[in-house]
Design a protein around this ligand. Structure first.
Ligand SMILES: Cc1cc2nc3c(=O)[nH]c(=O)nc-3n(C[C@H](O)[C@H](O)[C@H](O)COP(=O)(O)OP(=O)(O)OC[C@H]3O[C@@H](n4cnc5c(N)ncnc54)[C@H](O)[C@@H]3O)c2cc1C
Ligand code: HEM
Length: 399
């Protein structure tokens, strides 16, 4: 890309800042009109609640802002690449997406989209697509090199379903072909694809692996997203909650860059609600291996929605390396002592979590991650030692 083209891209930053989501909203509508088959590839829940158009607008803006040196975005791009690979996105899909994106720029910006500007964005998109395709090719290759791994979708049978709380069920997924499965790093996720009756479409969603690796099965633990006044019930979580043992689902190989560092350092796990899942996998993995000093802080509404409490309590009783803090918003329903009333407040366990060289892992809703990330930074924890996973298209960008 030449300097003139870079200047044209930078000139669009104010428009992207003010109207980026108008562009991405238009882009998705256009793409699904011309290529309706892609509705099964995308998460239609994130289309309806606006999270995906927000994430894409953020990515396009970040790219425009760093057009002189896009390599600073490499970790973000690897995160997106992980998600793409987990959804079996292929190099040839980039031309379809690129075609709709460039056409959307022309159609939304009208006269502002001069031929030079359109050319500049075409070059910029193609350069980004090339970087993404390269990142994804590496991930696909790694999958072919790893024992038991596969690319694309593979059929798994749900052999066991366990209720972990009023709203969370664990699903034990065994490969229907009976062959080996791939290992994973604690913290990673799978994509699961099911048929959603109400849409008449297959739909994928990501679910964190919620246990330490077991060679025979993958375990995921899914919260049933119930309807609220302004929100319909979640499509895939409810479909899964209605499934029975021996039903099958399609699953993609483990992916994701939120993962337990295999180093000899204390671990601090901070979870909200169903954010417990990847951290439980980390905890179990640490129990099996290093038994590094670990502090777990968990917050949830009340004891009826507190999944895995017994497992973690037992582990704490039997070990000298684990300490836990539990926060409940709705303390009336709690008969137990030791539960702290209210939402997670790291000031209340500051001494316990400020351990030399510790690594901090956060998982929960976006405001939860943001608040506790900021608290940790306020306690002078180095940003490079804080890792987080958001259960949806990335909306917080903190490191
Ligand atoms: C890396 C990763 C790991 C994850 N791990 C887990 C896990 O371990 N366990 C787990 O339970 N979940 C996990 N999730 C979340 C999971 O992928 C799904 O997002 C979740 O199950 C909800 O999917 P759904 O199909 O039930 O809801 P969807 O149908 O996708 O709806 C999502 C939300 O959007 C709302 N919505 C839909 N339409 C509208 C509308 N028109 N207006 C306003 N709001 C609307 C719904 O009410 C719902 O709250 C993870 C996500 C990611 C990205
Ligand atoms: C350079 C081009 C692209 C960019 C910048 C881009 C950007 C993004 C971003 C930012 C996300 C959200 C990641 C997250 O979960 O945090 C995402 C997810 C996704 N992308 Fe892309 N993408 C590109 C190309 C493609 C292509 C070619 C396809 C294929 C059809 C595709 C399909 C998807 C899907 C299905 C998701 C998940 C959607 C969801 O969960 O709601 N993307 N992409």
């Amino acid at each position: 890309m030449n300097n003139n083209q870079k200047a044209l891209i930078k000139a669009t930053i104010p428009i992207l800042q003010s109207s980026g989501e108008v562009l991405t909203d238009y882009f998705y509508k256009r793409m699904f009109e011309y290529n309706p088959e892609l509705k099964s590839v995308f998460n239609m829940g994130n289309q309806a609640n606006g999270k995906q158009k927000h994430a894409l607008a953020g990515a396009i803006l970040a790219y425009a802002e760093h057009i002189d040196n896009p390599s600073v975005l490499i970790n973000v791009l690897k995160g997106i690449g992980n998600k793409h690979v987990s959804l079996n996105i292929q190099a040839e899909d980039y031309a379809i997406v690129g075609g709709h994106l460039i056409a959307s720029i022309q159609e939304v910006l009208g006269d502002v989209a001069t031929p030079e500007l359109v050319d500049a964005w075409t070059v910029a998109y193609n350069e980004l697509a090339e970087i993404m395709i390269g990142i994804e090719a590496e991930f696909y290759l790694k999958n072919t090199e790893k024992t038991g791994a596969w690319n694309g979708w593979r059929n798994f049978t749900i052999k066991e379903i366990v209720s972990e709380s009023d709203e969370i069920k664990s699903f034990y997924l065994y490969p229907t072909d009976g062959k080996e499965i791939a290992t994973y790093i604690a913290g990673q996720y799978l994509s699961v694809q099911v048929f959603v009756e109400q849409l008449g479409l297959l739909q994928p969603r990501q679910y964190s692996l919620s246990s330490a690796f077991h060679p025979n099965y993958y375990r995921i633990s899914v919260k049933k997203e119930t309807a609220l006044e302004t929100q319909p019930e979640g499509m895939v979580s409810n479909t899964l909650h209605q499934m029975k043992e021996d039903d099958t689902v399609n699953v993609s190989a483990p992916a994701g860059n939120f993962s337990l560092q295999s180093i000899d350092a204390p671990i601090v796990l901070i979870s909200g609600g169903v954010g417990v899942t990847p951290l439980l996998s980390m905890l179990e993995t640490n129990q099996k291996a290093n038994k590094n000093k670990t502090v777990w802080i968990h917050g949830c509404r009340n004891s009826s929605v507190h999944a895995f409490k017994e497992v973690i309590d037992t582990m704490e009783e039997e070990s000298d390396w684990l300490e836990t803090f539990l926060f409940n918003e709705d303390i009336e329903q709690n008969v137990e002592s030791g539960v702290i009333e209210g939402r997670v407040d790291l000031k209340k366990c500051k001494e316990a979590i400020l351990l030399e060289n510790a690594r901090y892992y956060l998982c929960g809703p976006a405001p939860f991650i943001k608040a506790h990330y900021e608290s940790l930074v306020g306690f002078n924890v180095d940003k490079s030692n804080i890792f987080y996973e958001e259960f949806g298209p990335q909306s917080v960008s903190l490191n």
